[in-house]
Design a protein around this ligand. Structure first.
Ligand SMILES: [Zn+2]
Length: 144
């Protein structure tokens, strides 16, 4: 397994002085032989898994947890009409996107940095509402 990537961190504001810090855990990077990328969170237990374009549930061996798959089986998939199909709703808690937290920023020094486009983490994104000038520019250029 590769070195664990950092969580994705971002800051969101209402444009009126309130800020929230968002943190999403990294996605598992394991790939099956057909190029499907696992939808689990980085470092998870159990089989690697994803869904094929036809909706089939695909799974394959997790070398970090080899006991999680039937002995002698390396990979497989089950179509939606099969009795052992795993519905996407049943995988929701394991889906990496759900490994996410949001908390309000209360430190005035951090808020001051954010207002100056200087987040504490250098690779964090900032999501803020457009200003009236930015909206007018988009309207003037026919993009909204
Ligand atoms: Zn995985």
């Amino acid at each position: 397994m590769n070195k664990k990537p950092k969580p994705t961190v971002g800051y969101l504001t209402d444009g009126k002085g309130r800020w929230w810090r968002s943190e999403t855990q990294p996605q598992c990077s394991d790939e099956d032989v057909f190029g499907l990328i696992c939808q689990g969170v980085w470092g998870h237990r159990g089989v690697h898994w994803s869904y094929k374009q036809d909706g089939s549930y695909a799974y394959w061996i997790n070398e970090s947890d080899p006991g999680s798959i039937e002995k002698g089986i390396a990979a497989g998939w089950t179509p939606p009409d099969h009795e052992s199909y795993v519905h996407p709703l049943d995988k929701r808690s394991e889906y990496y996107v759900t490994h996410h937290s949001v908390e309000e920023v209360v430190d005035p020094l951090v808020i001051e940095r954010l207002e100056n486009e200087d987040p504490p983490e250098t690779d964090a994104y900032i999501d803020r509402p457009l200003s009236p000038d930015e909206i007018k520019h988009l309207e003037d250029t026919g993009r909204v």
